[in-house]
Design a protein around this ligand. Structure first.
Ligand code: 9MR
Length: 401
Protein backbone atom coordinates (compact mmCIF):
# COMPACT_ATOMS: atom_id res chain seq x y z
CA UNK A 1 0.00 0.00 0.00
CA UNK A 2 2.67 2.42 1.09
CA UNK A 3 4.86 1.29 -1.82
CA UNK A 4 2.16 1.80 -4.44
CA UNK A 5 1.27 5.23 -3.11
CA UNK A 6 4.93 6.20 -3.26
CA UNK A 7 5.18 4.71 -6.72
CA UNK A 8 2.21 6.63 -8.09
CA UNK A 9 3.59 9.89 -6.72
CA UNK A 10 6.91 9.07 -8.33
CA UNK A 11 5.23 8.20 -11.61
CA UNK A 12 3.39 11.50 -11.56
CA UNK A 13 6.52 13.57 -11.09
CA UNK A 14 8.79 11.46 -13.28
CA UNK A 15 8.18 13.22 -16.59
CA UNK A 16 9.18 16.50 -14.99
CA UNK A 17 12.06 15.00 -13.05
CA UNK A 18 13.45 13.61 -16.32
CA UNK A 19 13.54 17.02 -17.99
CA UNK A 20 16.82 18.46 -16.80
CA UNK A 21 18.59 21.68 -17.64
CA UNK A 22 21.88 21.45 -19.45
CA UNK A 23 25.18 22.74 -18.10
CA UNK A 24 24.92 26.58 -17.80
CA UNK A 25 21.16 26.38 -18.36
CA UNK A 26 18.57 28.02 -16.11
CA UNK A 27 17.12 25.73 -13.42
CA UNK A 28 15.04 28.03 -11.25
CA UNK A 29 14.13 31.54 -10.20
CA UNK A 30 10.99 33.63 -9.86
CA UNK A 31 8.80 33.15 -12.91
CA UNK A 32 10.80 30.16 -14.20
CA UNK A 33 8.59 27.31 -15.38
CA UNK A 34 11.25 25.04 -16.91
CA UNK A 35 13.24 22.18 -15.39
CA UNK A 36 14.53 22.64 -11.86
CA UNK A 37 17.11 19.88 -11.89
CA UNK A 38 20.44 19.76 -13.71
CA UNK A 39 22.25 17.18 -15.81
CA UNK A 40 24.87 15.04 -14.08
CA UNK A 41 28.06 16.85 -13.17
CA UNK A 42 26.34 20.16 -12.60
CA UNK A 43 24.63 21.74 -9.60
CA UNK A 44 21.58 24.00 -9.63
CA UNK A 45 22.97 27.12 -7.99
CA UNK A 46 20.94 30.14 -6.94
CA UNK A 47 22.51 33.18 -8.58
CA UNK A 48 19.74 35.48 -7.40
CA UNK A 49 15.99 35.33 -6.70
CA UNK A 50 15.27 35.39 -10.42
CA UNK A 51 17.93 33.10 -11.78
CA UNK A 52 19.36 29.73 -10.78
CA UNK A 53 21.88 28.15 -13.11
CA UNK A 54 23.36 24.65 -13.65
CA UNK A 55 27.01 25.22 -12.83
CA UNK A 56 29.71 22.58 -13.34
CA UNK A 57 30.53 20.75 -10.13
CA UNK A 58 29.69 17.83 -7.94
CA UNK A 59 26.25 17.34 -6.46
CA UNK A 60 27.69 16.61 -3.04
CA UNK A 61 28.84 19.89 -1.63
CA UNK A 62 32.37 20.11 -0.40
CA UNK A 63 32.82 21.51 3.11
CA UNK A 64 33.64 24.91 1.65
CA UNK A 65 31.00 25.13 -1.07
CA UNK A 66 27.32 25.71 -0.50
CA UNK A 67 25.42 25.14 -3.75
CA UNK A 68 21.90 26.61 -3.90
CA UNK A 69 22.98 29.48 -1.71
CA UNK A 70 23.17 32.87 -3.37
CA UNK A 71 26.75 34.03 -3.91
CA UNK A 72 27.71 36.67 -1.38
CA UNK A 73 27.84 40.02 -3.06
CA UNK A 74 29.71 42.94 -1.66
CA UNK A 75 27.35 45.88 -1.75
CA UNK A 76 28.81 48.73 -3.76
CA UNK A 77 29.76 51.70 -1.67
CA UNK A 78 28.04 54.99 -2.20
CA UNK A 79 31.34 56.53 -3.23
CA UNK A 80 31.53 54.32 -6.28
CA UNK A 81 34.67 52.54 -5.16
CA UNK A 82 36.00 49.94 -7.62
CA UNK A 83 34.61 46.42 -7.29
CA UNK A 84 36.55 44.07 -5.05
CA UNK A 85 38.80 41.68 -6.91
CA UNK A 86 36.94 38.61 -8.06
CA UNK A 87 33.74 40.53 -8.69
CA UNK A 88 32.63 42.02 -11.95
CA UNK A 89 29.75 43.63 -13.78
CA UNK A 90 27.72 40.51 -14.52
CA UNK A 91 28.19 39.05 -11.08
CA UNK A 92 27.04 42.30 -9.50
CA UNK A 93 24.11 42.69 -11.90
CA UNK A 94 22.89 39.15 -11.24
CA UNK A 95 23.32 39.54 -7.49
CA UNK A 96 21.09 42.61 -7.77
CA UNK A 97 18.35 40.69 -9.58
CA UNK A 98 19.13 41.35 -13.25
CA UNK A 99 19.43 38.54 -15.78
CA UNK A 100 22.73 39.68 -17.25
CA UNK A 101 25.32 42.37 -17.85
CA UNK A 102 26.70 41.81 -21.35
CA UNK A 103 28.52 43.21 -24.33
CA UNK A 104 28.50 43.20 -28.09
CA UNK A 105 31.45 41.66 -29.85
CA UNK A 106 32.52 41.03 -33.42
CA UNK A 107 34.21 38.10 -35.15
CA UNK A 108 37.35 39.98 -36.17
CA UNK A 109 38.05 40.79 -32.51
CA UNK A 110 38.13 37.18 -31.37
CA UNK A 111 41.79 36.61 -32.30
CA UNK A 112 42.82 39.29 -29.78
CA UNK A 113 43.61 37.14 -26.75
CA UNK A 114 43.96 40.05 -24.33
CA UNK A 115 40.46 41.12 -25.42
CA UNK A 116 38.90 37.66 -25.25
CA UNK A 117 40.33 37.11 -21.77
CA UNK A 118 37.93 39.82 -20.60
CA UNK A 119 35.10 38.96 -23.02
CA UNK A 120 35.01 35.32 -21.93
CA UNK A 121 34.93 36.12 -18.21
CA UNK A 122 31.38 35.41 -17.01
CA UNK A 123 32.02 37.37 -13.86
CA UNK A 124 32.29 40.43 -16.10
CA UNK A 125 29.92 39.54 -18.97
CA UNK A 126 26.95 37.17 -18.82
CA UNK A 127 25.59 37.91 -22.29
CA UNK A 128 26.91 38.47 -25.83
CA UNK A 129 25.45 40.16 -28.90
CA UNK A 130 26.94 39.73 -32.38
CA UNK A 131 27.59 43.29 -33.55
CA UNK A 132 27.34 42.34 -37.22
CA UNK A 133 27.39 38.64 -38.00
CA UNK A 134 23.70 37.82 -37.57
CA UNK A 135 22.51 40.72 -39.75
CA UNK A 136 20.77 40.16 -43.09
CA UNK A 137 23.80 40.90 -45.30
CA UNK A 138 25.83 38.36 -43.31
CA UNK A 139 23.21 35.62 -43.06
CA UNK A 140 21.29 35.68 -46.38
CA UNK A 141 23.55 37.46 -48.88
CA UNK A 142 21.68 35.93 -51.81
CA UNK A 143 18.04 34.95 -51.74
CA UNK A 144 17.50 31.59 -50.08
CA UNK A 145 21.22 30.98 -49.39
CA UNK A 146 22.00 31.21 -45.69
CA UNK A 147 25.47 31.53 -44.17
CA UNK A 148 25.68 31.13 -40.43
CA UNK A 149 29.36 30.41 -39.84
CA UNK A 150 30.23 33.84 -38.39
CA UNK A 151 27.05 34.06 -36.34
CA UNK A 152 27.66 30.54 -35.10
CA UNK A 153 31.13 31.53 -33.90
CA UNK A 154 29.58 34.10 -31.54
CA UNK A 155 26.74 31.76 -30.52
CA UNK A 156 29.17 28.96 -29.79
CA UNK A 157 31.43 31.28 -27.81
CA UNK A 158 28.50 32.38 -25.66
CA UNK A 159 27.54 28.76 -25.11
CA UNK A 160 31.11 27.74 -24.21
CA UNK A 161 31.36 30.65 -21.78
CA UNK A 162 27.93 30.01 -20.24
CA UNK A 163 26.70 33.40 -21.46
CA UNK A 164 23.22 34.33 -22.67
CA UNK A 165 22.88 35.38 -26.31
CA UNK A 166 20.86 38.25 -27.78
CA UNK A 167 20.01 37.84 -31.46
CA UNK A 168 20.59 40.97 -33.54
CA UNK A 169 18.66 41.34 -35.86
CA UNK A 170 15.98 40.08 -38.30
CA UNK A 171 14.56 43.14 -40.06
CA UNK A 172 16.46 46.43 -40.37
CA UNK A 173 16.74 49.01 -43.14
CA UNK A 174 20.55 48.96 -42.89
CA UNK A 175 23.10 46.27 -43.80
CA UNK A 176 20.67 44.71 -46.25
CA UNK A 177 21.95 42.86 -49.29
CA UNK A 178 20.95 44.68 -52.48
CA UNK A 179 18.63 41.87 -53.52
CA UNK A 180 16.44 43.00 -50.60
CA UNK A 181 16.90 46.77 -50.64
CA UNK A 182 16.47 47.01 -54.45
CA UNK A 183 14.05 44.11 -54.69
CA UNK A 184 10.98 45.64 -56.43
CA UNK A 185 8.82 43.13 -54.55
CA UNK A 186 5.07 42.70 -54.55
CA UNK A 187 3.59 42.72 -51.05
CA UNK A 188 3.05 38.96 -51.22
CA UNK A 189 6.61 38.31 -52.36
CA UNK A 190 8.19 40.49 -49.66
CA UNK A 191 5.99 38.82 -47.05
CA UNK A 192 7.47 35.47 -48.09
CA UNK A 193 10.98 36.94 -48.08
CA UNK A 194 10.58 38.24 -44.49
CA UNK A 195 8.96 35.03 -43.28
CA UNK A 196 11.73 32.96 -44.79
CA UNK A 197 14.53 35.18 -43.48
CA UNK A 198 13.23 35.58 -39.91
CA UNK A 199 11.98 32.00 -39.72
CA UNK A 200 15.26 30.51 -40.94
CA UNK A 201 17.51 32.83 -38.91
CA UNK A 202 15.61 32.53 -35.65
CA UNK A 203 15.03 28.82 -36.27
CA UNK A 204 18.76 28.23 -36.80
CA UNK A 205 19.48 29.56 -33.30
CA UNK A 206 16.41 28.02 -31.69
CA UNK A 207 17.01 27.28 -28.03
CA UNK A 208 20.22 29.35 -27.94
CA UNK A 209 18.89 32.90 -27.85
CA UNK A 210 17.45 34.70 -24.83
CA UNK A 211 16.00 37.55 -26.90
CA UNK A 212 15.87 38.60 -30.55
CA UNK A 213 15.84 42.13 -31.94
CA UNK A 214 13.23 41.10 -34.50
CA UNK A 215 12.67 44.67 -35.66
CA UNK A 216 15.48 47.20 -35.52
CA UNK A 217 15.06 50.99 -35.77
CA UNK A 218 11.60 51.24 -37.38
CA UNK A 219 11.10 54.94 -36.64
CA UNK A 220 12.54 58.26 -37.72
CA UNK A 221 13.47 60.68 -34.93
CA UNK A 222 10.20 62.59 -35.35
CA UNK A 223 8.20 59.42 -34.66
CA UNK A 224 7.15 58.80 -38.27
CA UNK A 225 7.82 55.42 -39.82
CA UNK A 226 11.12 54.97 -41.58
CA UNK A 227 10.47 54.62 -45.28
CA UNK A 228 12.48 51.58 -46.27
CA UNK A 229 11.71 48.66 -48.58
CA UNK A 230 9.66 47.01 -45.84
CA UNK A 231 7.43 49.97 -44.98
CA UNK A 232 7.13 51.14 -48.57
CA UNK A 233 5.94 47.73 -49.72
CA UNK A 234 3.95 46.44 -46.76
CA UNK A 235 3.13 49.46 -44.59
CA UNK A 236 3.35 48.74 -40.88
CA UNK A 237 2.30 45.10 -41.38
CA UNK A 238 5.92 44.03 -41.87
CA UNK A 239 6.35 44.29 -38.10
CA UNK A 240 3.77 41.64 -37.30
CA UNK A 241 4.86 39.47 -40.24
CA UNK A 242 8.38 39.34 -38.79
CA UNK A 243 7.27 38.92 -35.17
CA UNK A 244 4.91 36.06 -36.04
CA UNK A 245 7.62 34.31 -38.07
CA UNK A 246 10.10 34.66 -35.22
CA UNK A 247 7.64 33.35 -32.63
CA UNK A 248 6.88 30.30 -34.79
CA UNK A 249 10.60 29.62 -35.27
CA UNK A 250 11.59 29.81 -31.58
CA UNK A 251 8.62 30.01 -29.22
CA UNK A 252 10.88 30.46 -26.17
CA UNK A 253 12.90 33.45 -27.39
CA UNK A 254 11.80 36.86 -26.16
CA UNK A 255 10.88 39.02 -29.15
CA UNK A 256 12.03 42.65 -29.09
CA UNK A 257 11.82 45.84 -31.09
CA UNK A 258 15.05 47.81 -30.68
CA UNK A 259 15.70 51.50 -31.36
CA UNK A 260 17.69 54.62 -30.43
CA UNK A 261 16.51 58.08 -29.36
CA UNK A 262 13.54 56.51 -27.58
CA UNK A 263 15.25 56.98 -24.20
CA UNK A 264 13.64 60.36 -23.57
CA UNK A 265 10.02 61.44 -23.63
CA UNK A 266 9.12 62.74 -27.06
CA UNK A 267 7.64 61.83 -30.39
CA UNK A 268 9.83 58.82 -31.07
CA UNK A 269 9.29 57.20 -27.64
CA UNK A 270 5.56 57.85 -27.99
CA UNK A 271 5.49 56.24 -31.43
CA UNK A 272 7.24 53.15 -30.03
CA UNK A 273 4.92 52.96 -27.03
CA UNK A 274 1.87 53.23 -29.27
CA UNK A 275 3.25 50.49 -31.53
CA UNK A 276 3.78 48.18 -28.54
CA UNK A 277 0.25 48.85 -27.26
CA UNK A 278 -1.28 48.26 -30.66
CA UNK A 279 0.66 45.00 -31.20
CA UNK A 280 -0.37 43.74 -27.78
CA UNK A 281 -4.01 44.62 -28.28
CA UNK A 282 -4.02 42.76 -31.61
CA UNK A 283 -2.38 39.67 -30.10
CA UNK A 284 0.87 40.04 -32.05
CA UNK A 285 3.79 38.52 -30.08
CA UNK A 286 5.95 41.24 -28.53
CA UNK A 287 7.91 40.68 -25.34
CA UNK A 288 10.37 43.50 -25.04
CA UNK A 289 11.72 46.84 -26.18
CA UNK A 290 15.45 47.47 -26.52
CA UNK A 291 16.79 50.92 -25.69
CA UNK A 292 20.08 51.25 -27.54
CA UNK A 293 21.45 54.11 -25.39
CA UNK A 294 24.12 55.49 -27.72
CA UNK A 295 24.61 58.59 -25.60
CA UNK A 296 26.77 61.72 -25.62
CA UNK A 297 28.70 62.61 -22.46
CA UNK A 298 26.74 65.04 -20.26
CA UNK A 299 23.53 64.42 -22.22
CA UNK A 300 21.96 61.36 -20.64
CA UNK A 301 18.23 62.06 -20.72
CA UNK A 302 16.73 62.74 -17.29
CA UNK A 303 13.43 61.13 -18.31
CA UNK A 304 15.04 57.74 -19.11
CA UNK A 305 13.75 55.89 -16.05
CA UNK A 306 10.22 57.19 -16.46
CA UNK A 307 10.25 56.15 -20.13
CA UNK A 308 11.35 52.64 -19.12
CA UNK A 309 8.48 52.57 -16.62
CA UNK A 310 5.96 53.59 -19.28
CA UNK A 311 6.99 50.58 -21.34
CA UNK A 312 6.95 48.07 -18.49
CA UNK A 313 3.51 49.42 -17.55
CA UNK A 314 2.43 48.51 -21.09
CA UNK A 315 3.34 44.89 -20.36
CA UNK A 316 6.75 44.41 -22.01
CA UNK A 317 10.18 43.93 -20.51
CA UNK A 318 12.89 46.43 -21.36
CA UNK A 319 16.67 46.21 -21.76
CA UNK A 320 19.58 48.51 -22.46
CA UNK A 321 20.92 46.92 -25.62
CA UNK A 322 23.80 48.98 -27.08
CA UNK A 323 25.16 51.26 -24.36
CA UNK A 324 28.05 53.62 -25.03
CA UNK A 325 28.68 57.27 -24.12
CA UNK A 326 30.88 59.21 -26.53
CA UNK A 327 32.91 62.40 -26.14
CA UNK A 328 35.31 64.52 -28.16
CA UNK A 329 38.75 62.95 -28.50
CA UNK A 330 41.32 63.05 -27.07
CA UNK A 331 39.31 62.53 -23.88
CA UNK A 332 39.69 65.20 -21.17
CA UNK A 333 39.82 64.27 -17.48
CA UNK A 334 36.66 66.31 -16.92
CA UNK A 335 34.80 64.35 -19.59
CA UNK A 336 36.02 61.02 -18.22
CA UNK A 337 34.68 62.02 -14.79
CA UNK A 338 31.37 63.11 -16.34
CA UNK A 339 31.24 59.83 -18.26
CA UNK A 340 31.57 57.95 -14.96
CA UNK A 341 28.49 59.80 -13.64
CA UNK A 342 26.64 59.22 -16.90
CA UNK A 343 27.29 55.46 -16.93
CA UNK A 344 26.16 55.32 -13.32
CA UNK A 345 22.90 57.15 -13.99
CA UNK A 346 22.04 55.06 -17.07
CA UNK A 347 22.66 51.78 -15.23
CA UNK A 348 20.85 53.13 -12.15
CA UNK A 349 17.73 53.77 -14.26
CA UNK A 350 17.67 50.08 -15.25
CA UNK A 351 18.33 49.02 -11.64
CA UNK A 352 15.36 51.10 -10.49
CA UNK A 353 12.95 49.42 -12.92
CA UNK A 354 12.11 45.83 -12.09
CA UNK A 355 11.17 44.99 -15.68
CA UNK A 356 14.57 46.12 -17.01
CA UNK A 357 16.19 42.73 -17.46
CA UNK A 358 19.75 43.53 -18.45
CA UNK A 359 22.36 45.85 -19.89
CA UNK A 360 24.57 45.35 -22.95
CA UNK A 361 27.58 47.51 -23.84
CA UNK A 362 28.12 48.11 -27.58
CA UNK A 363 31.50 46.52 -27.10
CA UNK A 364 33.37 47.13 -23.89
CA UNK A 365 36.60 48.71 -25.14
CA UNK A 366 37.44 51.85 -27.10
CA UNK A 367 39.76 49.61 -29.14
CA UNK A 368 36.77 48.19 -31.01
CA UNK A 369 34.09 50.87 -30.65
CA UNK A 370 32.07 51.81 -33.74
CA UNK A 371 32.03 55.48 -32.67
CA UNK A 372 35.25 57.02 -34.09
CA UNK A 373 34.60 55.78 -37.62
CA UNK A 374 31.04 57.12 -37.58
CA UNK A 375 31.39 60.40 -35.64
CA UNK A 376 34.51 62.21 -36.68
CA UNK A 377 36.49 63.56 -33.70
CA UNK A 378 34.50 61.55 -31.15
CA UNK A 379 35.17 58.34 -29.29
CA UNK A 380 36.33 57.12 -25.85
CA UNK A 381 32.77 55.85 -25.45
CA UNK A 382 33.36 52.53 -23.65
CA UNK A 383 34.22 51.59 -20.03
CA UNK A 384 37.58 50.05 -21.02
CA UNK A 385 40.10 52.19 -22.91
CA UNK A 386 42.13 51.42 -26.07
CA UNK A 387 44.59 49.41 -23.99
CA UNK A 388 41.89 47.34 -22.28
CA UNK A 389 42.35 49.28 -19.04
CA UNK A 390 39.23 50.13 -17.03
CA UNK A 391 38.22 53.81 -17.09
CA UNK A 392 36.35 55.75 -14.39
CA UNK A 393 33.18 54.74 -16.29
CA UNK A 394 33.66 51.19 -14.99
CA UNK A 395 33.44 52.40 -11.40
CA UNK A 396 30.31 54.34 -12.31
CA UNK A 397 28.65 51.13 -13.46
CA UNK A 398 29.79 49.27 -10.33
CA UNK A 399 28.38 52.02 -8.13
CA UNK A 400 24.95 51.62 -9.73
CA UNK A 401 24.99 47.82 -9.60
O1 9MR B 1 28.62 48.06 -34.50
C1 9MR B 1 28.13 47.97 -35.83
C2 9MR B 1 29.18 48.43 -36.78
O2 9MR B 1 30.31 47.58 -36.76
C3 9MR B 1 28.61 48.50 -38.19
O3 9MR B 1 29.57 49.07 -39.05
C4 9MR B 1 27.35 49.34 -38.17
C5 9MR B 1 26.75 49.41 -39.56
O4 9MR B 1 25.50 49.97 -39.56
O5 9MR B 1 26.42 48.80 -37.26
C6 9MR B 1 26.88 48.84 -35.96
O6 9MR B 1 25.90 48.43 -35.04
C7 9MR B 1 24.69 49.19 -35.01
C8 9MR B 1 23.59 48.27 -34.58
O7 9MR B 1 23.54 47.15 -35.42
C9 9MR B 1 22.25 48.96 -34.58
N1 9MR B 1 22.29 50.18 -33.78
C10 9MR B 1 23.38 51.07 -34.06
C11 9MR B 1 24.72 50.35 -34.00
C12 9MR B 1 25.87 51.31 -34.19
O8 9MR B 1 25.84 51.83 -35.49
Amino acid sequence: MKFSATFSVLAAVLPYALAQSQEWGQCGGIGWTGPTTCVAGTVCTVMNAYYSQCLPGSASPSPTSTPATPPKSTPPTSTGAPAPSGSGLNKLAQAAGKKYFGTATDNSELTDTAYTAILDNIVEFGQLTAANSMKWDATEPTRGTFTFSSGDQIANLAKANGQLLRGHNCVWYNQLPSWVSNGQFTAADLTTVIQNHCGTLVGHYKGQVYSWDVINEPFNDDGTWRTDVFYNTLGTSYVEIALNAARAADPNAKLYINDYNIEQTGAKATAMLNLVKSLKSSGVPIDGVGFQCHFIVGEVPTSFQSVLEQFTAAGVEVAITELDIRMPTPASQANLQQQQKDYQSVVQACMNVEGCVGITLWDFTDKYSWVPSTFSGQGAACPWDQNLVKKPAYSGIVAAL
